[in-house]
Design a binder for this molecule. Structure first.
Ligand SMILES: [Zn+2]
Length: 205
């Protein structure tokens, strides 16, 4: 039997990972040398032990989205470290599409690469910390989908299974979704929240 004649696999289950709520910010810094690139990367590796970190661009413009569930002072500490150690840096709290456009235009004029961020299946907005789901099919293939915070809020229903089914129905790719497909809710890994307020970053040298 040729491959094209095989029956289309059935959707057998949905693994749903709701977005975690937390404070969010995008940090940008100009790196003028390989050494500075390494220093910024090391700084955000450290931040990654305390918060969720998603790289947005790498190279002459280094930028990261950070979501924190822990102490409120973390963003101020990162901002201070960037400001004191690098020539140009900035922070956008409560970032939006405009923030990503800004990073993109900075990268176009510099030797920097933009990372592919998850794109909302409903409105195409980029969201580094989206609501995610994995559609699992009877042939063990999977399709990953992501939905931005705005769309997730808009289509939130009383329970997680209804919410993800509502989002999948609104997905502009017209996914074939069996409304009876069972939903399992997967929560993100628990992040280590330091007990003391003292976070010591290694000083870049
Ligand atoms: Zn959206």
């Amino acid at each position: 039997m040729s491959k094209s004649a095989a029956p289309r696999p059935e959707l057998s289950g949905i693994r749903y990972s709701p977005a975690q709520s937390g404070r969010r910010a995008v940090f940008m810094a100009e790196a003028r040398s390989k050494k500075e690139i390494r220093q910024i990367r090391e700084l955000f590796d450290t931040v990654g032990q305390l918060a969720e970190v998603v790289p947005i661009s790498q190279g002459a413009v280094m930028s990261y989205a950070v979501q924190s569930h822990g102490e409120a002072s973390l963003f101020g500490k990162i901002e201070w470290l960037l400001k004191t150690q690098f020539t140009f840096s900035m922070v956008e709290r409560n970032f939006s599409d405009v923030t990503f456009q800004l990073v993109r235009s900075l990268c176009e004029h510099a030797d920097a690469e933009i990372a592919l961020l998850p794109e909302c299946g409903v409105c195409s907005a980029l969201d580094p910390f989206p609501t995610r789901a994995t559609l699992e099919y009877s042939d063990h293939s999977c399709t990953e989908v992501a939905y931005c915070g705005r769309c997730t809020d808009r289509f939130t229903e009383a329970d997680p299974a209804s919410t993800i089914h509502a989002l999948l129905r609104k997905d502009r790719r017209r996914l074939r979704v069996n409304a009876r497909a069972p939903v399992s809710v997967v929560c993100g890994p628990d992040l280590v929240t330091p007990e003391s307020g003292d976070i010591l970053f290694a000083e870049a040298s």
